[in-house]
Ligand binder design. Structure first.
Ligand SMILES: [Mg+2]
Length: 258
């Protein structure tokens, strides 16, 4: 299914890397694909990094040729503008999330002023507190739109371990406020479309490679791409993807670059 694939879009957390370490064989396979003239792009749901931060990190980890990287923060401010116009936004999340919202022309509302918010943006918040969760929940319950980079409940780290993901915090706000979130990142289509644009390839010629059935495989399928589930351990559910690989070496063989 992959020998004639002209491009590959890779998920990062839990697929290409675990926190600050590339997964075994990732550097070799990614570089081999690039040298063989296949398009390579990276699409993460990370709510704490901007596209350029991801590109810089991949280059630092030994992939100096990396060019196309995308995170939900790339479009989050614009999504708010398109749906709600210039807004007063309560941001619960990383400084990078605050920055992209402010740069898109929105007014940032402080936590004590949560009642003034017309939009609540919730990302993974390593400084989450009951006060911040309360502000987000009460603003959303009062009618502010809830916007989030992703609803992934786990953030995979080394050795199969995990941290609570952005989606776990969003789930708490959703439960308390009784609202539904607007999801900017995977599995929603916009970032997949931008990735295909950057590669200059048609969806049918490109494979989405990732470790999440819910965000990577479902989103890739909806975008019309082929899907490859990276599952180094454990049995994936049947029909989860067009192909399943347990290593980057196996992916290289299927793609015909080794
Ligand atoms: Mg992942």
């Amino acid at each position: 299914v992959l020998a004639d694939c002209r491009g590959f879009v890779f998920d990062l957390d839990g697929c290409v890397w675990q926190r600050d370490t590339l997964n075994p064989g990732a550097a070799e396979t990614l570089t081999a694909l690039h040298r063989a003239g296949r398009g390579v792009a990276f699409l993460t749901n990370n709510s704490r990094m901007r596209s350029r931060d991801v590109r810089d990190k991949l280059q630092r980890l030994g992939l100096p040729w990396v060019e196309h990287t995308l995170t939900p923060l790339e479009i989050l401010g614009r999504v708010i503008s398109e749906r709600f116009g210039r807004s007063r936004v309560l941001v619960i999340g990383a400084q990078e999330l605050i920055d992209v919202v402010a740069e898109a022309g929105h007014e940032i509302v402080g936590v004590p002023d949560f009642r003034k918010a017309t939009v609540v943006a919730v990302g993974n918040d390593f400084d989450l507190s009951y006060e911040r969760l309360g502000a987000a929940s009460r603003a959303a319950a009062a009618g502010a739109a809830l916007v989030t980079p992703n609803v992934d409940t786990r953030f995979p780290i080394e050795n199969g371990d995990f941290l609570p993901g952005c989606g776990a915090i969003v789930a708490a706000v959703v439960a308390a406020a009784g609202v539904s979130p607007i999801v900017v990142g995977k599995p929603e289509p916009p970032l997949f479309r931008i990735a295909l644009d950057r590669l200059g390839l048609a969806a049918r010629d490109v494979a989405m490679v990732g470790d999440s059935v819910e965000s990577d495989m479902a989103g890739g399928r909806r975008a019309g791409m082929r899907t490859v589930l990276y599952a180094p351990e454990g049995e994936p559910p049947p029909g989860a993807a067009d192909a399943v690989v347990s290593s980057f070496a196996q992916l290289a063989r299927l793609a015909g670059v080794r």
